[in-house]
Ligand binder design. Structure first.
Ligand SMILES: C[S@@+](CC[C@H](N)C(=O)[O-])C[C@H]1O[C@@H](n2cnc3c(N)ncnc32)[C@H](O)[C@@H]1O
Length: 305
């Protein structure tokens, strides 16, 4: 764990740059609940058999989705994996079929699957993550920690039984108005350059289907849902709209502070970036009615042979 400007961060080799403190855990819980309401109360859209046997939630965060999945599928042993230990409040609520693991998915060897990892018991990842044993591998909103999607998908594929499902739920960080016209914040190029240099894909949602097909997954299906950032006049506010208006401005500021401020010289100097930072919460993506980004649920089936 490292600490900066009063916030704490993971201290692993993952490219993930968001904090992991209580404030961030509260945000993740709010986001989790808002995503679930966007999906009409469901966490997973995968067409799972009634009694799946083993499910993995990669980058489980505060364990919200893992908890829901474990309750929905009591037949399954459910594993929630994250580089940061899940908060005690999730551990204490876990039913007996839910197991939380601390580790980096990229430390799992995709062929031997005998991983070492940062923190926790070295043997637990390798014991839990046996190849060809999972009915379902699920990952939601992990794009900020992913700099090798083909590597992640290949690890997931190794874990799945033939016929098992990989489900990726990711947002495209690309904002449009109600007509579909792109809304470009003044710092867009700076943020997108910084994430590209880390190998992060801000369009991981819409790229997921082609990635699953390229890895050999079949019956790939995509469900797209808008995240409405600012409701149109007269339209009711959704849980998602309330969540993004409360939490997203601070997150944009955090990206700017963490990713762009250290490179300020490239973008006109520290004063320019500080100005972006102080104006981020009043930017067009938060004020233009109908402003939205797209959330993609992409599911593929591992072929039988
Ligand atoms: C934005 S959070 C989403 C959490 C959760 N999936 C959800 O939807 O509520 C992304 C999570 O991915 C985790 N993460 C990032 N890189 C990871 C990696 N390489 N292996 C495992 N977890 C990772 C982070 O620690 C963080 O908790």
């Amino acid at each position: 764990m490292t600490t900066e400007t009063g916030r704490s961060y993971h201290n692993t080799s993952s490219v993930y740059c968001l904090p992991n403190d209580t404030a961030e855990q509260d945000r993740l819980d709010m986001q989790s609940s808002a995503i679930k309401s966007t999906l009409e109360g469901r966490v997973t859209l995968a067409p799972l058999p009634p009694n799946p046997s083993k499910i993995l939630d990669i980058g489980c965060g505060t364990g919200h989705a893992s908890l829901d999945i474990a309750r929905q599928y009591p037949s399954a042993q459910v594993y929630g994996l994250d580089i940061t230990p899940v908060p005690e409040r999730a551990v204490s609520q876990a039913p007996p079929n839910l197991h939380f693991l601390t580790g980096n998915i990229f430390d799992v060897d995709p062929t031997a699957l005998a991983g070492t990892h940062e923190g926790g018991e070295p043997s637990s990842l390798a014991t839990a993550l046996q190849p060809y044993t999972f009915t379902h591998v699920f990952a939601r909103m992990i794009f900020m920690g992913m700099n090798d999607w083909p590597g992640l998908i290949s690890r997931a594929c190794s874990l799945l039984v033939p016929g098992g499902y990989l489900e990726l739920q990711e947002l495209d960080s690309w904002f449009s108005d109600a007509s579909g016209a792109h809304i470009e914040p003044p710092f867009e190029e700076a943020i997108s350059t910084a994430v590209q240099e880390r190998g992060i894909d801000f369009r991981a949602g819409s790229h997921a289907a082609e990635r699953l097909r390229a890895a050999g997954f079949v019956d790939v299906e995509v469900h797209r849902r808008p995240w409405i950032i600012k409701a149109l006049p007269g339209e009711p506010e959704s849980e998602m709209t309330r969540y993004v208006s409360r939490a997203m401005p601070a997150m944009v500021e955090e990206f700017l502070r963490k990713l762009v401020l250290p490179q300020a010289d490239r973008w006109g100097g520290e004063d320019v970036v500080q100005q972006w930072l102080s104006g981020a919460k009043d930017g067009d993506i938060f004020s233009i009615p109908g402003s939205h980004a797209d959330y993609f649920v992409t599911i593929g089936r591992k072929p039988e042979s």
